[in-house]
Ligand binder design. Sequence first.
Ligand SMILES: Nc1nc2c(ncn2[C@@H]2O[C@H](COP(=O)(O)OP(=O)(O)O)[C@@H](O)[C@H]2O)c(=O)[nH]1
Ligand SMILES: [Mg+2]
Ligand SMILES: [Zn+2]
Length: 308
Amino acid sequence: MKGLVLESHGRRVTVRLKSGDQGKVQATLRGKIRLQNLKSTNPVCCGDVVDLCYQPITGDWTLEGVEERRNHMVRKATNLSKQTHALAANLDCVWVVCSLFEPKFSGGFVDRIALSAAAFDIPCRVILNKSDRWNEEARSVAEHWREVYAAAGIEIWFSSALNGDGVAELALAMNKGTQLLTGYSGAGKSSLINALFPGLQAATGAISEFSGKGTHTTTTATLYETGTQAAVIDSPGIKEWGILDLEPYEIAYHFPEIRKHSPRCHYPNCSHTHEPNCAVQEAVQEQRIYQERFVSYLSILANEDQYN
Ligand SMILES: Nc1nc2c(ncn2[C@@H]2O[C@H](COP(=O)(O)OP(=O)(O)O)[C@@H](O)[C@H]2O)c(=O)[nH]1
Ligand SMILES: [Mg+2]
Ligand SMILES: [Zn+2]
């Protein structure tokens, strides 16, 4: 029997059955599946379509296999880690949920996620949430980031889970396919999901503050079905996004504004770091490529963990 993975907790996986009573069941991974991908901390993640088997004697469900993924978002905890972690599979869009302050906006962080999404061929967009807290100066900073990312082909959407700004537009954009919401802890992913899909009850930071416990917020990614062909995935806050091994030319390729200028570099294999007659460096100097993005490119190329 086929099922859709809603949550994965190591060997225990919560699955929605695709036929029959369409109920939710807990299934256990079989050893052979666990061993297939040694470098990954989790062979199965939310969004995976799996084969299940009911064991009549024990009354348990076992997970027998995983269907090939259309795509997935996989990261390393940091650039130095060896192990990879699959966050979610079979995605239509990755939304990086950010705020300007608390947590502070980090272009380097957004760029790492956007690069990974591009490398996995998944559309990526950014949400700048908590717009209710912006004064005029903050709004102009938000507009600046919007321009920086527009030049990179990445849309920034403004929203407030608190007062509903931009929520209707987001809900419309999310009404089909599978959306992954990711980003720093505290940016408002869970609050936004609750605002976007009334009826869902994603645990938010506010609840855990209220109950005085730090344990109510998301610890693993959870897929919520929001329609017959629509789902949204809430994910735990991450501090850093380690990029899977990419060649330097691939990194440059997935920065569209760098890709655009590089054909005019003197050397066809120009890395845009030190070469003479580099059209990309020229464009940075002439402010035709935003400094912020070029700094990210150099940092990722140098295999540094994010610092800006
Ligand atoms: N002012 C304001 N606070 C928000 C907004 N969205 C979320 N928050 C608050 O930010 C904190 C973290 O929210 P949460 O949804 O748990 O963030 P997550 O860790 O990204 O899921 C909570 O205290 C929320 O009430 C917003 O749009 N405006
Ligand atoms: Mg959350
Ligand atoms: Zn160059």
